[in-house]
Design a protein around this ligand. Structure first.
Ligand code: GSH
Length: 228
């Protein structure tokens, strides 16, 4: 089967969420490395695909698609998997949590990883605030009864989106040992369950993420490219 999907990615970037879904769906896809070390995401070639200059982009038969959540939802709908169907009773909360991941959790992580893009001058207060917000978000998620996708054996696109976001704070949050996922036992169990899947193992191998990429992350050692 030839691949009609091309994932523009960098190791351990938000493209990992998309790779996890592609691996879970077992659909053929090609990868195109974006050279983060050379700011490849700001090149004219990349900006033609995503004028925001952000990774990931998925090239599809209908053209390039950007925004992690949009790509995940498009893939789920295209393949009729990883997300409850439009008329399913679970659909409402599934949409709610996708929007929350994209609109609440992910932007807070971006504030933490790129405080210079959110602060005028001193970045320390922005970084500190992002850390506080992150803990509060994870408290909400860990207590949420409607987030039943956290506890299920069969993954959804939420799992593909969340798992990398639980990995990154310990590695890119600035300073060692400030973030311990074990403080949220439900999320820690989710991370362990997710990384045990064959799809996650394949993604971890492709991007050099180590054996416990979500529950106990270590710095990535990718076969090509760099995370930053
Ligand atoms: N809202 C975007 C955020 C993507 C994002 O933050 N990508 C990061 C990599 S993980 C990036 O491209 N960073 C480079 C930059 O900010 O210049 C999405 O969900 O696709």
């Amino acid at each position: 089967m030839t691949a009609d999907l091309r994932l523009h990615y960098a190791p351990d970037n938000a493209s990992l969420c998309v790779r996890l879904a592609l691996e879970e769906l077992e659909v053929p896809y090609q990868t195109v490395l974006v050279d983060r070390a050379k700011q490849g995401q700001k090149s004219a070639q990349f900006l033609a695909l995503n004028p925001n200059g952000l990774i990931p982009v998925l090239e599809t038969p209908q053209g390039p698609l950007f925004e992690t959540a949009a790509i995940l939802m498009w893939l789920a709908e295209r393949h009729g998997r990883l997300m409850p169907a439009v008329d399913h009773p679970d659909r409402m909360h599934a949409v709610q949590w996708m929007v929350w991941l994209a609109n609440t959790l992910h932007p807070t992580l971006r504030m933490m990883f790129y405080p210079q893009q959110y602060a005028d001058g001193d970045t320390a207060p922005t970084h500190r605030m992002a850390g506080m917000r992150l803990r509060a978000h994870l408290d909400v998620l860990a207590a949420a009864q409607t987030a039943d996708w956290l506890d299920r054996d069969d993954p959804t696109i939420h799992a593909c989106y969340l798992a990398p976001m639980l990995r990154w704070p310990a590695l890119y949050g600035g300073g060692a040992d400030w973030f311990d996922l074990a403080k949220w036992p439900r999320l820690h169990a989710f991370a362990k369950r997710t990384e045990a899947r064959e799809s996650a193992r394949r993604a971890a191998l492709a991007e050099g993420l180590g054996p416990t990429p979500f529950s106990h992350p270590s710095p990535c050692n990718p076969p090509e490219g760099s995370a930053l």
